[in-house]
Design a protein around this ligand. Structure first.
Ligand code: PAF
Length: 253
């Protein structure tokens, strides 16, 4: 179970799933600098190591891998994986270097800890898709299991970044899951025009007071390509800023 720490119930669901499926369960905690751009939140990314280790101990994790950055990226390190094409839209447009760092660290972790199965949350839906492609393309002998997003009772997707939110901002942040749910309801009622569904999400987010929306899109679930009509398995994805915190969420359609 690769993580960047600041563990919450969503991570613990991945750990529990790995314990159900596997003889031994290993978690990694590494805030990977190469997946953050210079202007992003690497410096303030929450570090809660003692609490994380306590939670993992409670979950009977067999091993925690907590490498120092200079061991993962010693001076002279210069090899990177070029991410697959599914990394290009959505996050790829707003965080162009992000997935290069993600696939590079994930492959490094897989080489250091050659697990049977690796567990990733569907909250980072595009990341999960990118990692599946990387593993297929490079013949990595590790099964990738995606695990359902864990939500707060009111619908807010669990995220390490939620702890940046004030009470008022948390209310606003709820609009991401509200927007996604609205689209689920509209499609259940027969709506198939992707443009309309995307406009609905934009409106819900804007009405809640979000003025910086990176994207609110409905795309092909497998290729992440644009759709005109909802005529195949799809996914609705949102990335939006609440104050200085960037949040993402998605739902399968
Ligand atoms: O999802 C995360 O926490 C990170 O992107 C990952 C997969 C651990 C790689 O650093």
């Amino acid at each position: 179970v690769p993580t960047m720490g600041a563990l919450h119930t969503g991570h613990l669901a991945l750990v529990a799933r790995s314990r159900d499926r596997c003889d031994k369960s290993v978690a990694t905690i590494f805030v990977n600098p190469t997946q953050f751009a210079a202007h992003e939140d690497l410096g303030r990314y929450p570090k809660t190591i003692e609490a994380d280790l306590h939670l993992l101990r409670e979950q009977h994790t067999d091993l925690v891998f907590l490498p120092p950055p200079e061991e993962i990226y010693p001076s002279g390190f210069s090899t990177f994986i070029q991410p697959p094409e599914v990394a290009l839209p959505l996050e790829g447009e707003f965080r162009p270097e992000h997935f290069r760092g993600v696939v590079t660290i994930v492959l490094k972790l897989f080489n250091i800890l050659p697990a049977t199965v690796a567990f990733f949350g569907q909250k980072d839906f595009q990341q999960l898709t990118v990692i599946r492609h990387m593993v297929d393309d490079l013949n990595v002998p590790i099964e990738i299991e995606g695990c359902a997003t864990v939500r707060e009772p009111d619908g807010l997707a669990m995220s390490s970044r939620n702890r940046y939110l004030s009470a008022a901002q948390r209310e606003i942040a709820l609009s991401l899951s509200v927007a996604l749910n609205t689209v689920v309801k509209q499609t259940a009622a027969g709506s198939r025009e992707v443009r309309q569904l995307e406009q609905t999400m934009q409106r819900v987010l804007q009405d809640a007071g979000i003025d910086r929306i990176d994207y609110a899109r409905v795309v092909d679930r497998h290729t992440l390509e644009s759709l005109g009509q909802l005529d195949r398995p799809a996914v609705a994805l949102i990335a939006a800023h609440v104050g200085t915190t960037r949040l993402i969420d998605n739902v399968l359609l």
